[in-house]
Design a protein around this ligand. Structure first.
Ligand SMILES: Nc1nc2c(ncn2[C@@H]2O[C@H](COP(=O)(O)OP(=O)(O)OP(=O)(O)O)[C@@H](O)[C@H]2O)c(=O)[nH]1
Ligand SMILES: [Mg+2]
Length: 269
């Protein structure tokens, strides 16, 4: 007599138990499609694109490249390094299922690293300011900020540079990086301080090492890149829809001293 054997258990596909988890699954599946698209030392080398572009900006060493690698679940898509100033070009990564690009992530060079020669610093800050002001398909900015340092003068100048575009509808998110370096209480405090400074704008805690905040940030980026779709898939209205007519984002109180792009090129930084 042959004993019927049990069919081997199938490896379970990831399932979501809540609408938020379902949304995060869709968002991370989308982010995992990231592919290197191009790198540009200057703005005019970037291809003109019509899909939404989401730029990661912030101080050198804040964790921009690491965040991109973590969200896309790829170890070396963006170059991350202990040595500040690792990213020196604007690097674009395309996203989209079935090979159809529907958004692009941009990893920008960091600013504020003291050891960079002055001329290089000015050149890079200029490239960046030009990018933020003139890149037509730029639809969202993720400002990476190490909560142990808070917003620096250069971050605030960057906010002033992008403020007019944010008021016209550009999405804005502050990611508090390296949250693993803070205690729970410090994280809560940093989050509420930044929320106050961001004037009601989006703020999230994030840690690449502890894999904290990945779902929240992924879901938000997915929503921003797919504003016409009400949920993670057209048939499942799971994500809260971000109203198209959001009130203009007040960000930070206007800083009276430094307000222009030229101040962003502050050679003292
Ligand atoms: N503990 C901890 N370290 C992190 C985290 N994210 C990044 N780092 C570390 O911070 C350092 C800088 O990370 P990068 O991702 O290269 O920073 P960047 O903002 O891209 O830097 P530039 O390219 O110089 O502008 C690296 O040593 C990373 O391993 C995090 O969430 N937690
Ligand atoms: Mg980098």
């Amino acid at each position: 007599m042959t004993i019927p054997t049990k069919p081997p258990a199938r490896s379970a596909a990831p399932t979501a138990t809540t609408p938020a988890a379902a949304a995060a699954l869709v968002a991370s599946g989308w982010l995992h499609t990231a592919k290197f698209l191009t790198t540009a030392p200057q703005l005019h080398f970037l291809p003109a694109l019509s899909v939404p572009e989401i730029a990661f900006v912030g101080r050198s060493n804040a964790g921009k490249s690491t965040c991109i690698n973590t969200l896309t679940q790829q170890k070396q898509l963006a170059f991350a390094s202990k040595k500040p100033g690792r990213t020196q070009h604007i690097n674009l990564f395309s996203l989209g299922k079935q090979g159809i690009t529907d958004a692009v992530l941009a990893d920008l060079p960091g600013y504020g690293y003291a050891a960079v020669p002055k001329q290089d610093k000015i050149r890079w800050q200029q490239v960046m300011a030009n990018y933020l002001v003139t890149r037509e398909n730029l639809s969202a900015i993720v400002l990476m900020c190490d909560p142990r340092h808070g917003l620096t003068e250069l971050d605030e100048i960057l906010l002033d540079v992008v403020r007019p575009r944010v008021e016209e509808g550009l999405k804005f998110l502050v990611v508090l990086t390296k949250a693993d370096k803070l205690t729970r209480a410090e994280q809560t405090k940093a989050l509420s301080i930044m929320k106050l400074q961001a004037g009601g704008g989006e703020v999230r805690l994030f840690s690449a090492t502890k894999r904290q905040g990945i779902d929240e940030v992924s879901t938000l980026l997915w929503q921003w890149a797919h504003p016409a779709i009400p949920g993670p898939t057209p048939s499942s209205p799971m994500l809260p829809v971000i109203p198209e007519t959001q009130p203009s984002f007040p960000l930070l109180p206007v800083i009276p001293v430094k307000t222009g792009i030229h101040d962003f090129l502050d050679p003292r930084s």
